[in-house]
Design a protein around this ligand. Structure first.
Ligand code: ZN
Ligand code: ZN
Length: 396
């Protein structure tokens, strides 16, 4: 019997129940204390050992009966600072916080995986390590912290998934190579000389310099990076001034940089800094640039993807396995690739009839809950590939 056949109606009902419980109780990055307790209580009930390398989140260990590889499966626990606009009964009970990315679903799926694998221990080779990771949504990155805390020690591969509203429920995307962008941030403070709005020649107007920079920064992509290399520079905030007749002393811009290759990433970071500094200088001001290195580009290991394609086909049928092109969103799962080969699947949860096709991070975001069972089937099929001793895990 395929392991995914263990996902029956009762299992699916449990997944939905757990997801709704967590959906009602969203917690922000690094604050997932109640969610961690909820997960821990279930693991204890099932007798699955776990440790707590960080204040929130946990790492569970399903030790197989036979020797074999250590393969990590990951979910993320955190919600977002968004006021939920859904009206269903299990909507967020906390003002200003919402599971608007589907991480409640990911956590429910990993709980389902934990319980099912616990019953299959006699057939498991090696260890299946379950990463209930905190803080995916912030630059500070829970993944990076888990790695630094040693939670990935000895791991031979890391596998994860994301429910995704942009593709229909029933589809799974597994793509080789880059799938998500490096997500960096920048803050540019332009310093001029404040003064009277009627006497601009006696001041140095930082607002004019910053406004010019908003346009200039676009040439980083259009004139300095090959059109064959995807890159985005977006200014997201512009703050300056306090009154119509005052030239302010400073203006501040913040924004994000998205790239798929380390080479382009390094070039834009260097060029952005040089451009802001010299542009401000040319207009009599000074620019201070803080470049914030976020999560790197998320790329799937080719051999591992090939190895897992039968698992995806086992979950949804081979005609429903697709390969989406990379997107410019960020995902801190990328850090795990520094430790071991990784594969990250996108599991469709979009359904027009259920209105579960709003974009991620939208106040009306939700998932088609049929995708929870599909996600669990994919993970179980994957564990059967990686950890049942039937096939040899590709190693880097
Ligand atoms: Zn998100
Ligand atoms: Zn997410």
């Amino acid at each position: 019997m395929d392991w995914s056949e263990r996902v029956d109606e009762d299992t699916e009902a449990d997944l939905i129940g757990w997801r709704r419980y967590m959906h009602e109780r969203p917690e922000l990055s690094f604050e997932e204390f109640e969610t961690t307790k909820y997960v821990a209580a279930m693991l204890e009930e099932w007798g699955i050992p776990y440790d707590r390398p960080m204040p929130t989140g946990l790492v569970a260990h399903v030790h197989g009966k036979h020797p074999g590889p250590i393969v990590a499966y990951r979910c993320d626990l955190d919600a977002l600072p968004i006021e939920e606009q859904n009206t269903f009964e299990f909507r967020s009970r906390t003002a200003g916080k919402m599971h608007a990315c589907g991480h409640d679903g990911h956590t429910a799926i990993l709980l389902g995986l934990a319980r099912t694998l616990n019953d299959l221990r006699d057939e498991i080779h090696g260890e299946v390590r379950l990463l209930f990771q905190p803080a995916e949504e912030v630059t500070e990155s829970g993944a990076r912290h888990l790695i630094e805390a040693g939670a990935l020690e000895g791991v031979d591969a890391v596998i994860g998934l994301h429910l995704i509203s942009s593709i229909e429920t029933g589809l799974i995307s597994l793509t080789k190579g880059p799938i998500m962008a490096a997500a960096d941030t920048f803050e540019i403070t332009v310093r001029g000389k404040g003064g009277h709005g009627g006497y601009p020649h006696e001041a140095i107007d930082p607002l004019m310099i910053a406004a010019g920079l908003v346009g200039q920064l676009q040439t980083l992509v259009s004139r300095r990076v090959s059109p064959m290399d995807p890159a985005v520079v977006s200014v997201g905030s512009f703050h300056a001034g306090s009154a119509p007749n005052i030239i302010p002393g400073t203006a501040t811009l913040t924004g994000t940089v998205r790239t798929l290759s380390e080479k382009v990433r390094a070039k834009i970071a260097a060029d952005l800094t040089a451009m802001a500094e010299s542009y401000a200088l040319a207009h009599g001001g000074i620019a201070e640039v803080k470049y914030g290195w976020g999560s790197p580009a998320c790329a799937n290991d080719g051999p591992l993807v090939d190895f897992l394609l039968p698992a995806a086909a086992g979950a949804v049928g081979s005609s429903s396995v697709v390969s989406l092109p990379p997107e410019m969103g960020g995902e801190d799962f990328a850090y795990y690739a520094k430790v071991a080969p990784t594969a990250f699947a996108l599991v469709g949860s979009g359904n027009k009839d259920l209105e579960s096709d709003f974009p991620h991070h939208h106040p009306r975001f939700t998932v088609d809950e049929r995708a929870l069972g599909i996600g669990l089937r994919f993970m179980l099929e994957s564990v059967e590939r990686t950890s049942s001793g039937q096939a040899e895990l590709p190693v880097r």
